[in-house]
Ligand binder design. Structure first.
Ligand code: NAP
Length: 761
């Protein structure tokens, strides 16, 4: 990573706009000069905006900047470039570049931010086949960098009281029930959706419009050319078309969206899994092909060396220069590089420009193209049309769902020990839902591996379990501060966890640990360290722990993974002032949904449980904060409080009893009956109403939190009062009954607001 540079003299802040397209950067995208990012930058320049380009490759940034200046110099458009490798965002270098980026945007009247950078590597693979580093890199680029850059730009926008933010997401999150190809690609992306809707509500009153774009297939490097043919060409749009119509819904995408909405989940799951497994085959043959290609070129290069002592050659892999950096290469390529280094120590390695081009030609004409042709033959000719027809049986599918749901509620609970295995791993078992889950699983005869950060609390819960009269179960404890996930200490703790479960018949994993702090704050007010900690606990740790135990489950051919998400991602469209929390929980939902499809055939049930409010430490903090309202509510009706509060806010024990019963039934569920009822009602409420009510509530919380920071909280908040508060918060979100169509209309209304903003430039 290097420092920011200017490719043209920076303009002084001018009343005309200075947009900041953050062009695509890392991973499989071929740098910032291609795809949607480039097209968006050109489009914004066409509309007369100065452009700051943020990407990792200085040469390519310069090239885009030059192209912009060349095409739009008559409009006085200028550019700046900031070199930023988003995959290094959580390093010291990343912090330095963030500081520089802050300095660059500080002097500018930034009106538009386009968060486009995204990584889709490692393509179609099962989670346990992917290296943890690759997963983490993807999370840094797709999640952390997005949030950090947004926070930096928002500060200025909030001060000036105007701006627009476009987060480029993926339709895989909105239209498809799952995306089993790389669940890791589809998981960070949908976070944009919830993150954006949260921000949109938070910042609308400050004059800032936030919108999440959900494109379907756009003809960029992210969709390998050989695979494009398997879709109908009418449905794949060019990046330029996409960028031109970014504020006008693209009809081709809209049609696909509607078709898919009316297709039942099971049909789609079947279709996508089949398609992605075929893609996986293509990718595998591709890698194989690529290493053969390098071998061949290496032999060609060797023949040229006889006349020269030293020859400088660089390898280009999928458009990226990876000269001499073994750590970035695939094992097969690294092997070849090593071989060459050992045998020819005086030379840098391979391929000249000519060979690269022929390499590209061979790649297009070789195995992948053949595999794609194969795929075309196997696919039905009109997949999308077929899906629209399948939509006709939607009503039948709904009826089927209803019946299976009812039968699930009535059936006897599963014997978890016999079905999945004798041990369960529970993270965060020291309080709240985790503690109750651990006790419930122990009551059902499962031995427990308890993972938490406080040894004393772990000892305490372990003792409590061993004293359970009717359960002779064993326990093990692993001290793991999940906020350190993916650091050296975290890796060490993960190793200890692996050791603790090695050789055990681990049948159930409950990824429960989670944090919701910082509570009720605007993104730009929050302490960055705090939400990075939240992301580590709620998101990275879940990924790491799941990957660590899945291997054994796959070997045994059975298991259940339960990830505790949140109803805030399922029942309501946004959770303003808790944007990062909601986004991490959306990750959990998408992660689980896709893993569910991936691992079903391997005998493993993956599930996201999405509770609404449960009476635990997490919610009692919020309830205490809303103490004033509680007093008023309590005065209004004490009798109503007695029966309403447990109805809306179950205790952790009641939640755990229902949760254990639901293990293995469905990809995403809301185990508690009262939560499900709230969910049903909430679905009928238009987004705009939800947004308004939720923002009002959370702003009230924010005000109380700010007061509480100045004085100690009242000591006598009772549990009943907390529960009533939570109940009132839940009920307040359900204030009117409207249909799904109204939601769509509402989205169109907010969409047209952004259109208006764009047109005003
Ligand atoms: N309560 C609700 O209304 C609600 C609603 C929706 C979703 N959820 C989700 O349910 C899960 C459990 O929440 P809860 O309500 O039971 O909250 P809680 O009572 O605060 O319990 C959180 C648990 O996570 C552990 N934990 C937190 N940070 C950790 C870290 N860095 N390393 C290791 N362990 C850590 C805590 O350990 P310590 O005891 O050491 O702090 C505690 O055991 C969370 O994922 C939450 O997001 C809760």
């Amino acid at each position: 990573m290097s420092s920011p540079t200017s490719s043209a003299s920076s303009p002084p802040s001018r009343s005309a706009c200075a947009p900041v397209p953050r062009t695509s950067a890392a991973g499989t995208a071929r740098g910032p000069t291609s795809g949607i990012g480039r097209a968006m930058a050109m489009e914004l320049a066409r509309r007369g905006l100065n452009v700051v380009l943020v990407g990792r490759d200085p040469a390519k940034l310069r090239e885009v900047a030059a192209a912009i200046v060349r095409s739009h110099s008559h409009k006085g458009v200028r550019t700046k470039t900031v070199v930023f490798d988003f995959s290094l965002v959580s390093t010291v270098q990343g912090d330095k570049v963030m500081t520089m980026l802050r300095e660059v945007v500080e002097g500018l009247d930034v009106r538009v931010l386009v968060n486009n950078a995204g990584v889709a590597k490692p393509g179609a693979m099962y989670l346990h086949e992917v290296e943890v580093d690759t997963l983490m890199r993807m999370i840094w680029v797709n999640v952390l960098a997005l949030m950090k850059v947004t926070a930096v730009v928002l500060l200025g926008m909030a001060e000036r009281g105007r701006g627009a933010i476009f987060n480029i997401d993926s339709a895989s999150a909105e239209a498809l029930p799952s995306f089993p190809r790389p669940s890791t690609l589809s998981t960070p992306a949908p976070k944009h959706m919830l993150f954006s809707s949260g921000l949109s509500v938070e910042y609308r009153s400050k004059g800032i419009d936030v919108q999440c774009e959900v494109p379907f297939l756009v003809e960029t490097n992210m969709i390998p050319r050989a695979m494009k043919d398997i879709f109908l060409p009418q449905f794949v749009v060019t990046p330029e078309d996409y960028a031109r119509r970014v504020c006008v819904p693209n009809m081709a995408h809209r049609v696909q969206f509607l078709a898919m909405r009316f297709t039942p989940d099971f049909a789609f799951n079947w279709y996508r899994l089949r398609l992605h497994l075929q893609q996986r085959t293509i990718f595998q043959s591709w890698r194989n092909h690529e290493s053969q290609l390098i071998r061949t070129t290496y032999l060609q290069a060797l023949s040229k060396i006889t006349t020269s002592k030293s020859i400088t050659i660089s390898i280009i892999v999928q458009g990226k220069s990876v000269t001499n950096d073994l750590s970035k290469l695939q094992p097969t390529q690294a092997h070849i590089m090593n071989y060459m280094k050992n045998n020819l120590p005086h030379m840098h390695i391979i391929l000249d420009e000519e060979n690269i081009q022929s390499a590209a030609r061979v790649r297009m004409g070789g195995v992948p193209a053949a595999a794609a042709a194969d795929l075309r033959q196997q696919e039905p000719p009109w997949p999308f049309v077929a899906l629209v027809i399948i939509g006709a049986i939607h009503v039948a599918a709904l009826a089927f769902r209803l019946v299976s749901h009812l039968s699930l509620c009535l059936r006897r609970p599963r014997d978890l020990r016999r079905r999945y295995g004798a041990w369960a791993v529970v993270t965060g078992p020291t309080s709240g839902i985790g503690r109750s889950m651990a006790l419930e699983l122990a009551r059902r005869g499962l031995n427990l591996v308890l993972v938490g950060r406080d040894p004393a609390k772990l000892h305490d819960i372990s003792e409590t379990i061993s004293k359970l009269a009717h359960a002779a179960v064993g326990t093990r404890t692993v001290v793991f501060d999940l906020a350190l996930a993916s650091t050296a200490e975290g890796d060490e703790a993960l190793r200890r966890l692996r050791e603790a479960v090695a050789g055990l018949d681990v049948g159930v994993v409950v990824n429960n640990a989670g944090v919701a702090r910082p509570c009720a704050v605007y993104l730009h007010e929050a302490d960055v360290e705090a939400w990075v900690r939240m992301i580590r606990v709620n998101l990275w740790a879940v990924t790491e722990v799941t990957a660590a135990v899945l291997m054994g489950m796959v070997a045994r051919g059975r298991g259940a993974v339960v990830n505790i998400g949140s109803g805030s991602t399922e029942a309501i469209p946004s959770f303003p002032l808790y944007s990062v929390y909601a986004a991490t929980k959306r990750y959990i939902a998408e992660f689980s949904r896709s893993l569910y499809v991936e691992y079903k055939s391997k005998g493993i049930d993956v599930q996201c449980q999405a509770p609404l409010f449960v009476a635990t430490n997490m919610t009692s903090g919020v309830a205490k904060a809303a103490d004033d309202a509680a007093a008023a509510a309590a005065k209004r009706s004490k009798r109503r409080q007695r029966w309403l509060s447990p109805l809306f806010v179950p205790s952790a024990d009641a939640y755990a009893a229902a949760a254990a019963r639901w293990i293995g039934h469905g990809a995403v569920c809301m185990p508690n009956l009262c939560h499900r009822l709230q969910w049903c009602v909430s679905r009928a409420v238009p987004d705009a109403v939800h947004d308004r009510v939720r923002l009002r509530e959370n702003l009230r919380q924010r005000a109380v939190f700010q007061r509480l920071r100045r004085r100690p909280p009242p000591p006598d908040a009772t549990e009943g009062k907390d529960r009533w508060l939570m109940g009132s918060l839940g009920v307040s979100a359900l204030s009117s009954l409207m249909s799904d169509e109204l939601r769509c209309m509402d989205r169109w209304v907010s969409h047209s607001r952004v259109v208006a903003v764009m047109r005003s430039f």
